[in-house]
Design a protein. Structure first.
Length: 393
């Protein structure tokens, strides 16, 4: 799947940068065009892989290149004011060569959470290709203002995009990790999962063709209907095909028959599908009741057992209760792993989102209370000062 990616804000820019590094390292070529947008000049300067010509600094007349300070209302205003500048940076994107647009943003900050939905709305107005968002939820320990921003941004992204793909930091931060180290690991996890999903169906230099192709239309159809999506992932290491050795994935190396190896491979494939679906999702949710799903099995072709993939797809149908479950393989000759990627679209039973909205309501009430109290204190201070001051005339 060929994508035009726009990293909006600090988190969005870093994830975009990681996608470009992934493309370069794996040769997947899923990023057809890349643009980074920010209100903070330092964040743009810190990017390594986004070309300088594709880095857009907005809001200079308002915030002087210093960011919007987690104020997502200001982030939205600045994006709206400078939207022509952002769209001009995208004039060179060959829309006829991309399958979709992907706006990447952290939903807890100010620039991405406020400006990302504004850009998505303008993209949908101009282009016929689908516009998706990859939104990153802040951790619950990051503070009330970030939770409030995320709750607002979540609703706006769902309204303004064709689908919101969510990654929840809260489910991935490890205890004792440094903030920077934690985010680096999280960004790697994001790119690994989405890279394999979007890379499926693309023909690579290695020349391997899938038995059951998962092309861009399969992904688009799975994401159609809007709403929220999450991704599951599970993998197991194997020996590379060019080593000439059997892996523990295929058999135990004791000279077992090909039939036994095939049976083991089938079981291992279905096991990975179950682990991906019932394990740690990018946005934890109840699988039952999901509207649509897509299964991608990636790795060296000799391990991608068609019977196992079909069995895994049917198992997904049973678990989700959905009749719209697609599936296929993504052969990668030089890979040293076999992975299952499961896209669940149209999720509704999401405890984290309910919690987010409740915390946001409480945070908004606290903000209103503090604001009212501050106004009362200020009014009292002014009145006291007037009483104490003697008239000048």
């Amino acid at each position: 799947m060929k994508l035009a990616m726009i990293g909006f804000g600090q988190a969005g820019g870093k994830i975009l940068d990681k996608f470009l590094e992934y493309d370069q390292r794996t040769g997947s070529s899923i990023v057809r065009a890349a643009v980074a947008v920010n209100t903070a000049k330092a964040d743009l300067m810190g990017l390594e892989y986004v070309p300088e010509a594709n880095r857009v600094l907005i809001g200079q007349s308002r915030v002087k290149g210093h960011g919007v300070g987690a104020d997502n209302e200001l982030g939205a205003e600045v994006a709206e004011e400078d939207i022509d500048e952002v769209m001009s940076a995208m004039d060179d994107i060959p829309a006829h060569e991309v399958d979709a647009f992907l706006v990447i943003a952290g939903m807890g900050g100010g620039t991405g959470s406020g400006g990302g939905p504004v850009l998505a709305r303008h993209l949908k107005r101009i282009y016929t290709e689908p516009v998706y968002a990859l939104g990153v939820l802040p951790g619950s320990d990051e503070g009330g203002i970030y939770t409030l921003n995320a709750a607002r941004s979540f609703q706006t992204f769902v309204r303004e995009t064709d689908n919101l793909l969510v990654f929840d930091n809260d489910a991935w931060r490890q205890a004792g990790e440094s903030v920077q180290g934690g985010y680096d690991e999280i960004n790697e996890e994001i790119v690994r999962r989405f890279g394999l999903l979007f890379g499926a169906g693309e023909v690579h230099q290695e020349g391997e063709v899938a038995e059951s192709v998962v092309d861009s239309s399969e992904i688009i159809n799975t994401l159609s209907g809007g709403g929220v999506s999450t991704i599951g992932y599970a993998s197991e290491s194997v020996q590379r095909e060019d080593t000439g050795l059997l892996s523990r994935f295929r058999g135990n190396g004791t000279g077992e028959s090909d039939d036994l190896d095939a049976a083991q491979t089938t079981n291992r494939v279905t096991s990975l599908v179950r682990k991906a679906t019932l394990g740690r999702l990018t946005l934890p949710c109840e699988v039952d009741g999901v509207e649509r799903a897509l299964l991608v099995m990636a790795g060296p072709s000799r391990y991608l057992n068609r019977k196992g993939i079909e069995r895994g797809r049917k198992w997904l149908e049973e678990q989700t209760g959905s009749m719209e479950v697609r599936g296929g393989d993504y052969p990668m000759r030089s890979a040293d792993f076999v992975a299952s990627v499961v896209l669940l679209s149209g999720v509704t039973d999401v405890p984290r989102v309910k919690e987010l909205q409740q915390v946001a309501i409480e945070a908004q009430d606290n903000i209103d209370e503090i604001r009212d109290e501050s106004e009362d204190n200020l009014e009292g201070l002014v009145n006291d000062g007037q009483d104490e001051l003697e008239p000048l005339f």
